[in-house]
Design a protein around this ligand. Structure first.
Ligand code: NOJ
Length: 558
């Protein structure tokens, strides 16, 4: 699997596995590594090149594993290191590469580094690993600045010192159980070089880097008030007017500071010590795309998630623009563009694409959200949008379950919710549980084949029986077969290395281009359009004659 020197990631389709919700081999209601291993043949059949696993490390799970207590071990919930090795070997045997998540901006408050820092004195080496500061006010009773947590509430928590007196404050851009590490400290940098090598030595093909835009904070930690409506991860908000312009917005003092790039140059050098084109993929929620491209300059990371694309509504003029801007920005630094429509932090696109602008603010959706999505329209648009995405040159990311057309689960009981956003905003923001519900494999099995028992850490809707994989496999026109066909044709026509040559003569609601011997036409409007000549290779809906109805994408042989 390794040592090929192919820069495979430039055109790869990478499938995100959210381990908690993918497959549960031991029947405890929580997905695990053995479960992942057991379902890899189905991912081979789907045709993916790689998987990216969200965190499975030792963790108290206060943020579903993005709160890591030991970066070099597996949480017993998911198995152990031997299970990881076996799963990875099975993936490699099937020709699937394995990318893992790394969470460097913050650790869990359970991490031994933080526990030592709590016991140590202000000013000590142990405190210097994190962002401890004295409070303001006569007795230090006020937080050091006005920063807010991405999950709601303030970004500082005051500790009690070892002698029982009220003490310093520590920074946490996310939950209070996720203290930010101080990346100005060389000791922290050295620890993470070791973590990278630990997993590279085990054979991983790369890392998805969590909060890759947040590790360095502006000197002096100046006050900052964010705009009222930020995206779910503190980036741009998902509105009908995504910020894909050339004008950068004001940079918050905790995101996108220049100092982060030195860290990734260092990491790039670490990966380059290993054979086989290992990859670093940045989760950097920054605007505009020309700024994101800084993360993938030749000596930094290899890929960055294209959240501007994810945040673009189903609207042809906006899609043409974001596609042009993406290709220009990434090729400007010699990197491939990436494309993504769903992940574990956003409303699934089979629901999102049918939502009005008022619901696209990154707050999740739930029973009291006004204007809930029409599931039929949502699925139809999702199939069309995925068919468009998978035709684009570069690398695409899929999120588990989108190949089944799964919608967001809107009516989770409040008692089941686990996202810290829900708790920190006292129920004002639903957060991300609705896109994290364990996925259905077999309609007739308990937990729809997610696990070996009927348990499932979030309840699965009854309608998901009909969406289970075994109901779609081999069924013409199913969403699973649409994705499988798209991935096969994408490979056959080498669309990953294609180009976007816009085709004139279509109405404004239509996205039409030629790439690698294929003509792609996506109709985002209501009115049908007449198709040009060419055999139909793929269509997101059944066609009648040579017309392309609204909310449909077709691939024709050029
Ligand atoms: C981004 C991750 O995707 C998200 O799930 C997590 O809550 C935050 N980073 C904090 O680690």
């Amino acid at each position: 699997m390794t040592g090929t020197g192919t820069e495979w990631w430039r055109t790869a389709v990478i499938y995100q596995i959210y381990p908690r919700s993918f497959a549960d081999a031991n029947g405890d209601g929580m997905g695990d590594l053995a479960g992942i291993q057991s379902r890899l043949p189905q991912l081979r059949d789907l045709g993916v090149d790689a998987v990216w696993l969200s965190p499975f490390y030792t963790s108290p799970q206060r943020d579903a594993g993005y709160d890591v207590a030991d970066y070099c071990d597996v949480d017993p919930l998911f198995g152990d290191l031997d299970d990881f090795d076996a799963m990875q070997q099975a993936a490699h045997d099937l020709g699937i590469r394995v990318i893992i998540d790394i969470v460097p901006n913050h650790s869990s408050s359970d991490h031994v580094w933080f526990q030592e820092a709590l016991r140590a004195a202000p000013g000590s080496d142990a405190r210097a690993r994190y962002m401890f500061r004295d409070g303001l006010g006569a007795t230090g009773e006020l937080p050091p600045n006005n920063w807010e947590s991405v999950f709601g509430g303030r970004a500082w928590t005051r500790i009690t010192e070892a002698d029982g007196t009220p003490g310093q404050w520590y920074l946490h851009l996310f939950d209070s159980t996720q203290p930010d590490l101080d990346w100005e400290n060389p000791w922290v940098r050295e620890q993470f070089r070791s973590v990278l090598r630990f997993w590279l030595d085990r054979g991983v093909d790369g890392f998805r880097v969590d909060v890759a835009h947040g590790m360095i904070k502006a000197a002096g930690l100046p006050d900052y008030t964010p705009p009222a409506e930020g995206g779910s991860m503190g980036g741009g908000s998902a509105t009908l007017e995504p910020n894909i312009s050339a004008e950068p917005p004001v940079t918050p003092p905790y995101w996108a500071q220049d100092g982060v790039h030195e860290i990734y140059r260092d990491w790039h050098a670490v990966l380059a010590e290993y054979p086989g084109d290992r990859v670093l993929a940045a989760e950097a929620w920054v605007d505009p795309l020309t700024e994101v491209a800084k993360w993938v300059r030749p000596d930094e990371m290899h890929q960055a998630f294209n959240f501007a694309y994810l945040e673009t509504p189903w609207n042809a003029p906006m899609l043409r623009r974001v596609i042009d801007d993406s290709l220009a920005a990434f090729s400007g630094v010699g990197a491939p563009s990436t494309w993504v429509l769903s992940n574990h932090d956003v409303v699934r696109h089979a629901s999102r694409l049918a939502l009005g602008a008022e619901n696209l603010q990154g707050h999740g959706i739930g029973p009291n959200t006004p204007g809930l999505p029409d599931t039929v329209v949502g699925l139809r648009r999702a199939r069309a949008a995925s068919s468009l995405m998978l035709s684009l040159p570069g690398s695409s990311y899929l999120y588990q379950g989108e190949e089944l057309g799964l919608p967001e689960v809107i009516d989770l009981p409040d008692s089941a919710r686990e996202d810290p956003t829900w708790f920190r905003t006292k129920g004002e923001r639903y957060g991300r549980d609705g896109c994290r519900v364990p996925i259905p494999w077999e309609a007739a099995a308990p937990s729809y084949g997610f696990g070996t028992s009927s348990k499932s850490w979030l309840p699965q809707p009854a309608e998901w029986a009909g969406l289970a994989r075994d109901q779609q496999a081999g069924v013409e026109g199913s969403t699973l077969e649409l994705y499988t066909l798209a991935l096969r044709l994408r490979r056959e026509f080498a669309l990953g290395v294609g180009s976007v040559d816009w085709l004139p003569g279509f109405p404004p609601e239509v996205v039409a281009f030629r790439s690698g011997g294929v003509t792609v036409i996506a109709n985002t409007g209501d009115a049908s359009v007449t198709l040009p000549v060419g055999d139909v290779l793929l269509s997101s809906e059944t066609l009648t004659g040579r017309t392309l109805p609204g909310d449909t994408t077709v691939w024709l042989r050029s």
